[in-house]
Design a protein around this ligand. Structure first.
Ligand code: SF4
Length: 400
């Protein structure tokens, strides 16, 4: 005869155990790298290159293999965010994205994912493709518009015009994506402050929920470096430092009056639409990096995947340990990444994590930085001032 009472006790104990197991799971983010682009942009030093359909097929198969390898080791983690970056993830067909998402779901607990971002290049999508991405579970898009000036887009080596970028954004909205971000680059060769203002007006006019705005960096090894790097023939076409600073100030001012909160040095969002995935990096959350050259931070160890495509396809599970972060390195990282956020860091959170008094470790540094007007201490919070955010790199050096 069944004993309902005993059964219900057993059931509630089991439920409690399961609850506890869920509670004990560590939270993490997942990054998936898609290293293919239609053509290489002239300023880009990301790990990306054009790839034919055979190469993409082989890569996706290796990627799924790598993902399956995490089945046991990721069992005690729960993912909050997933981010497909590149390269150009939108080079993939929706069916391929579904396959990858399915593989992710077999190895990782995706039940709590609240933000699923996918990077889009305007020259690679259609309304149908975007609908397909939505059906695969993606709920946030990051669109690389970069400039509203066709001449500059051509100079950058982008594969799309601004008109095509606008059509892409219209398709993004029509496909039902409310949460989308646009990328913008300033300090471009030959760009005036007026041009920068026009770019900002046009980008704001597209009504994204989030805008990432960076100054152009001339990276060694790129075609841009030959032209605009040290000793390059066209270097004089780059805006000077003062113009760059003015563009930066204009960006802050125009985005603020358009209702965007600056929440990180280069990132602005309408209330509630900050990037949860990137914020997780800045607050020291663990993440799994999957795909060519991707890096992970798990249990205070930084791993990275091989950067050679052929090698990755041959053995996608080979990870290299880059660094075991000791307490000093973790504390420095907590400060440097946390201070990128406009809201700053919490001293109590620091003390909870490192079981060490904040002032004991950084009291002297703050004493030095505060009179310079770059940092503010208010009760539990330490944050950079507006000026501190502008000169953040030199401030961060003090925490190393
Ligand atoms: S699309 Fe993006 S990743 Fe690809 S080459 Fe251009 S900037 Fe680099």
């Amino acid at each position: 005869m069944k004993c309902p009472k005993r059964h219900s006790w057993l059931f509630s104990s089991l439920t409690t155990m399961i609850d506890l197991m869920i509670m004990e799971k560590k939270h993490c983010g997942i990054y998936v790298h898609i290293p293919f682009c239609k053509q290489k942009c002239r300023y880009c030093d990301f790990l990306s290159a054009p790839g034919d359909s055979k190469c993409i097929r082989e890569y996706v198969s290796a990627l799924k293999n790598e993902i399956r390898g995490y089945k046991d080791s990721a069992a005690d983690r729960v993912a909050d965010t997933v981010y497909f970056g590149g390269g150009t993830p939108s080079i993939l067909e929706p069916e391929t994205v579904e396959e990858i998402v399915e593989a992710l779901g077999e190895s990782f607990d995706l039940n709590s994912v609240e933000e699923f971002t996918f990077e889009v290049n305007p020259g690679t999508v259609t309304y149908q493709k975007l609908k397909g991405y939505k059906a695969a579970g993606i709920n946030r898009l990051s669109v690389g518009v970069q400039s509203a000036d066709d001449e500059k887009l051509k100079l950058l080596g982008r594969i799309h015009s601004f008109k095509e970028a606008v059509e892409c954004v219209e398709a993004v909205k029509e496909a039902g994506f409310i949460n989308f971000s646009l990328d913008l680059i300033s300090a471009l060769p030959g760009q005036s402050i007026k041009d920068c203002e026009r770019d900002l007006e046009k980008i704001i006019g597209l009504e994204p929920k989030h805008i990432s705005s960076y100054s152009l960096i001339i990276e060694p090894g790129t075609p841009f470096f030959k032209d605009y790097g040290e000793g390059g023939e066209k270097r004089r076409d780059l805006p000077d430092e003062e113009t760059d600073r003015k563009m930066y100030a204009l960006t802050k001012e125009m985005l603020k009056s358009a209702g965007y909160d600056r929440y990180e040095i280069s990132n602005y969002a309408k209330p509630g639409f900050f990037s949860r995935h990137n914020s997780a990096y800045w607050t020291g959350k663990e993440y799994f990096g999957l795909g060519l050259g991707a890096s992970s931070l798990i249990d205070n160890v930084r791993y990275s995947n091989v950067r050679d495509l052929k090698e990755y396809i041959k053995d996608p599970k080979e990870h290299v340990i880059e660094e075991r972060l000791d307490k000093a390195a973790l504390m420095a990282e907590f400060m440097i990444l946390g201070l990128r956020m406009v809201r700053g860091i919490s001293k109590k959170e620091f003390e909870r994590r490192f079981k060490t008094g904040f002032d004991e470790v950084y009291g002297k540094v703050l004493k030095k930085l505060k009179p310079a007007g770059v940092i503010i201490e208010e009760d539990d919070t330490v944050r950079l001032t507006d000026y501190g955010l502008d000169v953040s790199n030199s401030v961060f050096e003090e925490f190393l």
